[in-house]
Ligand binder design. Structure first.
Ligand SMILES: [Fe+2]
Length: 318
């Protein structure tokens, strides 16, 4: 749903009379309305037409509204579509089922049109804000892809780092927010390199002190790009701190130990591992055991979190 687009609402109900009344109410608010009267056509319409909101009756032939709601909420492509369930006053088990399925709101039947309209409008507002946020995130992700594409040696580095960091998040049972940050941080950790001249980034020989200083600006620049988005709260910490070392010898803040957020400690290990095991302009890819040899040596020096490194090794060497 964009500013200049009329929101589209999908109403799914097998009761034709109820459906027609609801349709009139919504059209009276200037909304586009599409309708479905069974589970399969509801599924098709959700995936093909991507409505801005779905109103689901709990009872339809062959499938319950909760079931459809769960499918919408489980699919990353549709999970941000608000779902309103129509339930009877006394159907408590249905309501519990709908809550578990992730419904955004309930409307008790018989409903008051004013109440229904108010709730629908506020959910559409949230949907609109989420859509805006999504497009802002997409711009930043495209930026990261553009930077990666400039260097054939780092091709697909961010996708791999993202997947490995996410696997660590799963293994360590981190919160859903932290896991999301690990995924985003994997893609975005080097986005601040946008501010560094290509001549320095791709220089084959030794870097001068000045050139090193330029490289060291990328975590803070990257954080500056991501931080304005609330949805990047944790990911922007990863971006800022992915070059810190446990003994405080990293950059940009030279923080140490637990001062470094766990998600950034994970990213540091995964980032170095992927760099070691991929081809670079100055060397071939190292085999896995050699890469872990180097990482373990460096963790003995005090650079990396030993426990996290052991967990990471157990994941990738299965
Ligand atoms: Fe980096």
């Amino acid at each position: 749903m964009a500013n200049d687009k009329t929101p589209t609402i999908l109403i799914a109900d097998d009761d034709h009379q109820a459906l027609s009344i609801l349709k009139q109410i919504m059209m009276g608010q200037g909304l586009n309305v599409i309708t479905a009267s069974d589970g399969n056509s509801t599924r098709e319409m959700v995936s093909e037409q991507k409505p801005d909101l779905v109103i689901l009756d709990n009872y339809m032939p062959g499938v319950s509204g909760s079931e459809i709601c769960r499918e919408i909420k489980d699919d990353p492509k549709t999970r941000l579509i608000p779902v309103v369930m129509l339930t009877g006053y006394t159907e408590t088990p249905d309501k519990l089922e709908a809550i578990e399925a992730g419904a955004d709101d309930f409307i008790n039947k018989p409903y008051k049109a004013v109440e229904l309209i108010t709730r629908i409008k506020s959910l559409l507002k949230v949907k609109f804000l989420n859509d805006e946020l999504d497009s802002a995130e997409e711009v930043i992700f495209s930026l990261a892809k553009a930077i990666e594409a400039k260097d054939e040696y780092t091709k697909d580095h961010t996708a791999r780092v993202s997947q490995l960091a996410l696997a660590m998040g799963h293994q360590l049972k981190l919160s859903a927010e932290e896991q999301d940050a690990l995924y985003k941080g994997g893609i975005l950790h080097d986005v601040g390199k946008i501010g560094i001249p290509d001549g320095i980034l791709n220089k084959p020989g030794r870097l001068t002190d000045e050139e090193f200083a330029a490289i060291r600006t990328h975590p803070a620049v990257g954080e500056g790009i991501c931080k304005p988005l609330k949805s990047m709260r944790i990911a922007s910490k990863i971006v800022r701190h992915h070059h810190e070392k446990l003994d405080g010898s990293g950059y940009p803040d030279k923080i140490s130990g637990d001062q470094i957020p766990v998600v950034a400690r994970i990213m540091a290990i995964v980032d170095v591992y992927d760099a070691l095991t991929s081809v670079r302009s100055y060397r071939t890819a190292l085999p896995q055991d050699k890469a872990f040899g180097i990482l373990e040596e460096e963790s003995n020096k005090g650079w990396w979190d030993k426990e996290l490194l052991a967990t990471f090794k157990s994941i990738v060497t299965v």
